[in-house]
Design a binder for this molecule. Sequence first.
Ligand code: PLP
Length: 354
Amino acid sequence: MIETSLNIKKAETSKLHLLDFDNIPFGKVFTDHMYVADYKDGAWGDFRIEPFAKFSIHPANIAWHYGQSIFEGMKATKSIDGTPMLFRPEMHSKRINRSAERLCMPAFPKDAFMEGIYELVKLEQNWIPKQEGSALYLRPFMIAMDEFIGVQVSKTYKFVIFCCPVGPYYSKSLRLKAETKYIRAAEGGTGYAKAAGNYAGSLYPTEIAKSEGYDQVLWLDAKEFKYAQEVGTMNIFFAIGDKVITPSIKEGTILEGITRSSLIAILKEKGHTVEERPIEIGEIMAAGKEGTLKEVFGAGTAAVVANVKTIGYNGDEVNLNPDNYKISPMLKDTINGIRSTRLEDTHGWTVKVV
Ligand SMILES: *Cc1c(COP(=O)(O)O)cnc(C)c1O
């Protein structure tokens, strides 16, 4: 690890004894400490770990008004012998900096990112649930901190990492509505960035989809409403015939998931043919009718994979039976197995925190 002047101020008491590891509500329990760094005068500094607490924020904070706000989501798990582990942390460091560039925010140095995650997880390791599939969810984020009313690039920022223990995430099978009126991301937009505003804009169409009996929106491209993009906070995979197809990232409209990239590698290793390409909603619906659409599943850090049982499109529906899925459970088992050291990490994806 690198040498920076990371100051660690420990909490006087721990809340850990209040946690029931068998019943952890998602995203509502926070650990004792957080990592914080501040950006001013053109540089990041004051790297520190301090007791988890609220911030005091100015009413004219630029992030609140104009949305210079980005985040990451990753997991720390425990090996069978109890060693804390991270999953592909460098990819998260790279991705937050791609998001930062798109929103005119300063890059956060990779060494500081790695050290922050590493030291925080080391300090909070007793919060990592042991059961396979559960994890300590880590939320790095960056917000603008200038106190100014006017649309301009902030000169000050805050970078924070906090942690939430999460139980095994049993996602129910999803009903998706392919959205033909609203969009999530257009070419040239911010779709590839994990930017807060992308999610704000997705809420209204998702609420409409829910009122129609769906769980989530399957986003289509902004130009023609023809090509599938992704779902909520997950990338999407379609097993059609003997191929597994997932939308390509080169259009810059979907978030390049680290789960997506890991699943593609596992699929190829297991001998599956994987195609990363634009895929038309018409092709998906036709395959559903013909019976060649075998599986549909979302992929993201929280759920690993979430099976899809229904796709609705323009009043038409394709229904599948996830109980018969073979690829999706294999992928989930492989990722969770690597994260718990039950399976060998042949790709060098995990980093031990010792
Ligand atoms: C975070 C996210 C994903 C999944 O990325 P992972 O790195 O696999 O967690 C996919 N789509 C969107 C829109 C996301 O925000």
